[in-house]
Design a protein around this ligand. Structure first.
Ligand SMILES: *Cc1c(COP(=O)(O)O)cnc(C)c1O
Length: 459
């Protein structure tokens, strides 16, 4: 029997950029699984679209609550997507050989975007829908700076002013991301900052805090609520953000068909859950519709293990307790994760939709230590050539472990993971790893117990 020719890249034409985003809520509802409504932090009652209007434009709010299966992608957004989409899927032949595994490893590479990660997939539509409604200025938080640079880029495309609150630990560790944001025209302050009331309060209580995404979100929301021309933009967690990312999985389904294989396991790293959801939800949709069976695995850091060690409860999305309450896996909104190098994964909660899938056992979760992740990241760089973002190395760690397990059991396995971004701005972290000065943080059980004690009593 003639074997199929070896293929390494699976590339789609620009006209294969999806015409609609995929909303998993529709297929969940068909199975009788309903998302829990967000609640007003004051009254504990479900909130409506009008409650969110001071923070988000109406078009995004309607996407947030939509139950439609598909939401059309406007042409001006598809035109910008053409700058980097469809992104390639690669077969990791060289990594497979290095691991000496019978498994087939595929990865979809989102680092080809101008921002270097999946985040422009949602930054562009968010900026565009804001612009349509006359918004002049956007505020946001950023961890490692990936989201801030993506929104800064989208702001530059549409002529919107962008103000970024960057988590202090990342602001200090990763100065080049700040310079990139400023080059795109955004203004950046370290968070906690002295430019908001909440930031000043935190600085007074904890002058040496490394900051956290939860704190930065409060500052950005406070800023947006205080000005008429300004709205707030979030890089992960929310339904509409996850929705925009589904272009990843929709393309990947076509690309795996080109490869002539179905994945046994689909993997993504999770901070707030958006790149994972973007890859996973279209595959989960196939499962819900009875069109396939996959193991879907979310990988999180041991230092912020919301899915594997948190509780499923209503909690605040931010540390200052300003946001609506959402039902999610959480470590408590007061929990500040250790300053691990995967800044994008330092979040106390998890997207409500990812949490819902976990609660219904439609996905699995595992947590990993950062040194093992960097080890896999370096192995990946030396075989496949791409230097992965520290966040993305969490997915690589899990993919490598799956491949090694397949080898041990002598079984074939098709592994697909999302390589959410490149690590070109994270070389200081790699240097620390290579010099042996990168430490692992144990799961801080006591601090989590303390943080969970202040969960709001609702729901
Ligand atoms: C922000 C980021 C993440 C984590 O955020 P999610 O919303 O969970 O995807 C992961 N990888 C990269 C490269 C990022 O920039």
């Amino acid at each position: 029997m003639a074997s199929a020719p070896r293929r390494t890249k699976f590339v789609l034409d620009e006209d294969r950029i999806p015409r609609a985003w995929y909303n998993v809520v529709s297929d969940l509802l068909a199975k009788g699984i309903a998302p829990a409504p967000p609640l007003h932090p004051g009254t504990g009652q479900p909130i409506g679209p009008a409650d969110l209007a001071p923070i988000f434009p109406m078009a995004l709010i309607m996407q947030e609550v939509s139950t439609d299966r598909e939401i059309e992608i406007p042409d001006p957004i598809r035109e910008i997507y053409q700058l980097w989409r469809p992104s390639p899927v690669f077969r990791a032949h060289r990594l497979e050989r290095e691991l000496d595994t019978p498994a087939h490893i595929y990865y979809k590479y989102e680092g080809v975007s101008a921002g270097g990660s999946h985040k422009p997939n949602t930054a562009v539509p968010q900026a565009w829908f804001n612009k349509q409604e006359g918004v002049k200025r956007l505020t946001t938080e950023t961890g490692a700076g990936q989201w801030g640079s993506s929104l800064a880029l989208a702001g530059a495309f549409f002529g919107l002013e962008v103000k970024v609150y960057q988590v202090r630990a990342s602001y200090d560790q990763k100065p080049y991301r700040r310079m990139l944001m400023e080059t795109y025209g955004a203004s950046v302050v370290p968070s906690p900052s002295d430019t908001t009331e909440y930031g000043r309060r935190v600085l007074k209580e904890m002058p040496n805090t490394p900051g956290s995404l939860g704190i930065a979100i409060t500052e950005a929301v406070e800023d947006a609520v205080g000005r008429d021309d300004t709205k707030y933009s979030l890089g992960s967690v929310l339904n509409h953000v996850l929705l925009h990312q589904t272009v990843i999985g929709l393309e990947a389904i076509e690309q795996m068909a080109m490869a002539g294989e179905e994945p046994d396991v689909v993997i993504g790293c999770v901070g707030g859950g958006s790149n994972f959801a973007g890859m996973a939800f279209p595959w989960v949709g196939r499962m819900l519709r009875g069109e396939g069976k996959y193991r879907v695995v979310a990988v999180e850091p041991e230092a912020a293990p919301s899915l594997t060690k948190g509780v499923y409860a209503y909690d605040f999305g931010d540390t200052g307790m300003m946001t609506p309450l959402v039902k999610m896996y959480t470590l408590g909104s007061q929990f500040i994760p250790e300053p691990i190098h995967a800044g994008g994964l330092r979040y106390h909660g998890m997207a409500p939709l990812v949490s819902l899938l976990k609660e219904h056992n439609l996905i699995e979760a595992r947590s990993v230590h950062q040194r093992g992740c960097f080890e896999a990241g370096v192995q990946f760089a030396r075989t496949e050539g791409i230097l992965p973002a520290p966040e993305s190395t969490h997915a690589i760690r899990a993919a490598v472990d799956e491949a090694l397990e397949a080898k041990e059991r002598g079984e074939s396995r098709v592994i697909l993971f999302n390589l959410s971004g490149h690590g070109h701005f994270d070389l200081v972290s790699y240097e620390k790893y290579m010099h042996g000065s990168l430490e692992d943080f144990e799961y801080p059980a006591e601090r989590v117990t303390e943080a969970l004690a202040s969960l709001p009593k609702v729901g």
